[in-house]
Write a protein that binds this ligand. Structure first.
Ligand SMILES: [Zn+2]
Length: 264
């Protein structure tokens, strides 16, 4: 059976470790080397491959020191040719990556947060990097708002049972914003209570599922009247299309200060 484990890193990143009983693991977005090395030592596992979703240093910074430490051939996949001195197997939309543990992941090009951003998806497991978070989505850095909108909606159309493993623990801050947009959404209130408990026990709120996200993530709910109405009140004008609501709440979220993040 495939397991996916969170390796907390940096301030609020998760490096995800994909494993099977064989003792080999694949890590996604190692922003730092030390937590991965500690994990390999503690679990007596060896590293077989690295998957990268985009070029930001908090996702790639660990690759070079990690491979320097291991001094063993490890395949690195990502949407570019190099990380420092390390060659990367460049991936594109539609590529299939057969991981050693028998899991095959497809590459989805999902530009917006960065122009090169990809997700890896297969067997109802999704690594969306910084494009989809629980109850939120990534900031727009390099792409156009339309691209980010299409990318986020594309992930939202995956099988609802798909487990999503985003790269940051942003759930509580995102839920504070989601609750502001939809104060009457009982699922948001319920999930927020659960996430608070998990964070108080220093546990990850992730993975989430696409099915849950459709019910609580405002960036997948821009067609819902309550989300649109809140966005219109903030904008001070009517928002006729879903993309306009998306744009308004994405820009709003950039400046939104959560009253309560409750992260210990
Ligand atoms: Zn990023």
């Amino acid at each position: 059976m495939i397991t996916v484990t969170a390796i907390p890193a940096l301030q609020d990143n998760y490096i995800w470790a994909i494993a099977q009983e064989t003792g080999g693991i694949v890590v996604v977005d190692p922003g730092a080397a030390e937590p991965v090395i500690r994990y390999l030592v503690a679990t007596h596992c060896h590293l077989e491959a690295i998957l990268l979703t985009h070029h930001h240093p908090d996702h790639t910074g660990g690759v070079e020191p990690l491979l320097g430490y291991l001094n063993a051939p490890v395949s690195v996949y990502g949407p570019f040719d190099r990380v420092g001195r390390i060659s990367v197997v460049r991936v594109h939309e539609g590529d299939q990556i057969a991981l050693p543990m028998g899991l095959t992941l497809s590459v989805l090009a999902i530009p917006g947060h960065t122009a090169d951003h990809v997700a890896y998806e297969g067997d109802r497991i999704l690594f969306p990097g910084d494009t989809l978070f629980s109850a939120g989505c990534g900031r727009l850095f390099e792409g156009r708002m339309e691209e980010l909108y299409d990318s986020v909606q594309r992930l939202g159309r995956l099988d609802p049972e798909t487990r999503a493993y985003p790269a940051h623990e942003y759930t509580l801050a995102n839920l504070a914003f989601a609750a502001t947009l939809e104060p009457d959404n009982r699922l948001i209130a319920q999930y927020r209570g659960q996430a608070r408990k998990q964070r108080m026990q220093n546990r990850a709120t992730l993975p989430t599922t696409i099915g849950l996200e459709r019910n609580i993530n405002p960036f997948l709910r821009t067609e819902i009247e309550s989300v649109r109405t809140s966005a219109e009140r903030h904008a001070g004008r009517a928002l006729r299309q879903s993309i306009e609501t998306f744009r308004e709440i994405r820009l709003w979220k950039d400046h939104f200060i959560a009253r309560e993040d409750a992260v210990p």
